[in-house]
Design a protein around this ligand. Structure first.
Ligand code: SAM
Ligand code: SF4
Length: 328
């Protein structure tokens, strides 16, 4: 699959549910309305769509959400997709908030998952509850322990939040690297209505990096995971630190991915609204050629880039849907 800007699409992110056991303040509103269950694709339908994308050239697949591990029977999909590793698929990964990992880590490894991303924005249990509005920090810690014990390579993802966790970043980096985990810091993106003014929390990573230089010696590296992060090595810890800067640096030029939601909507760009309704296609026909043609059609419409903008006194998000719908 090659888009009009000559970018090869080889990476599919699948949001398997829009539901979550947390309500992170930058991601969801306190009172989220979730999709009615009848709108969701079944796990079998999700598998069929994933298989079609793999047949079309997707080599890396990440399950995300919402919280992927709260979807009922999700492990049956993980197992089915795990069987495709080595025959078309190179890698199956997951992004999770970690709350259910203690239960599922071993099974994930058994299904062929080798790397996961766990989101963690703070090491303070109280602040964790404040940011996630309901999460239990210790459960996530147990989850990370279980994942490492099971042999999963864990990367930590932290969203940089001005006046909320930025002062903690050096400690988070030392924690991650001390446990043999890479860490990636992400800028907040204006997606979906949340209660707060996003400019109050928006922290350009260029500024954060300057602050971090006071604690660490950071050297740019050419290391790349196929994602938009730019990595440095931290001399004091020996670990790797990534920066994802959708706002301050346009990360679209090398975009290799598309995103599928749990209702079968394919978004060709995280930051644009154009989408293709693949649920309609698969429910109308069992013929894979029809589905392949619909996928080709969608890829031909992949836009050049996003138009994210965070402005003071403008609480309207750039993109109306929440991150939990498209999957981060
Ligand atoms: N629930 C899982 C988790 O938290 O890892 C997977 C889904 S979550 C939407 C995926 C990632 O998106 C998380 O690392 C989260 O911090 C990030 N995220 C959510 N809303 C965001 C926003 N508005 N800007 C930047 N990152 C965001
Ligand atoms: Fe849930 Fe992940 Fe969004 Fe937090 S960031 S509310 S854990 S989907």
């Amino acid at each position: 699959m090659v888009d009009p800007f000559q970018r090869t699409v080889s990476y599919l992110r699948v949001s398997v549910t829009d539901r979550c056991d947390f309500r992170c303040s930058y991601c969801m509103s306190e009172n989220m309305t979730f999709l009615p269950r009848q709108d969701l694709l079944t796990l079998e339908e999700l598998e069929r769509l994933c298989a079609a994308f793999i047949a079309k050239g997707v080599r890396k697949l990440r399950l995300t959400g919402g919280e992927p591990l709260v979807r009922k029977n999700i492990m049956s999909l993980v197992r089915a997709l795990g069987r495709k590793i080595g025959s078309g698929l190179d890698e199956l990964t997951m992004t999770t908030n970690g709350s259910q990992l203690a239960q599922f880590a071993e099974e994930l490894h058994d299904c062929g998952v080798r790397r996961i991303n766990v989101s963690l924005d703070t090491l303070s249990p109280e602040k964790f509850r404040q940011i996630t509005r309901r999460g239990d920090f210790y459960k996530v810690m147990d989850g990370i322990d279980a994942a490492q014990r099971a042999g999963l390579l864990v990367k930590l993802n932290a969203v940089a939040l001005k006046d909320q966790n930025s002062d903690e970043m050096p400690d988070l980096i030392r924690f991650a690297h001390g446990r043999g985990m890479d860490m990636t810091i992400i800028e907040t993106m204006p997606m979906g209505d949340v209660e707060e003014d996003r400019t109050d929390r928006y922290l350009p990573l260029s500024q954060l990096r300057d602050e971090l230089e006071r604690h660490f010696t950071m050297t740019d590296t050419s290391y790349a995971t196929g994602g938009p992060a730019r990595y440095v090595t931290v001399q004091e810890t020996g670990g790797r630190l990534g920066f994802i800067t959708p706002m301050t640096h346009n990360f679209c030029e090398s975009c290799n991915r598309v995103r599928l939601t749990c209702t079968g909507t394919l978004f060709m760009c995280l930051g644009q609204s154009d989408a293709a309704d693949l649920r309609l296609v698969i429910r109308a026909s069992d013929d894979d050629d029809v589905l392949f043609a619909a996928i080709d059609d969608a890829i031909a419409r992949k836009p050049k880039g996003h138009d994210f903008l965070i402005e003071r006194n403008n609480r309207k998000p750039s993109v109306l849907r929440h991150m939990s719908v498209t999957g981060g």
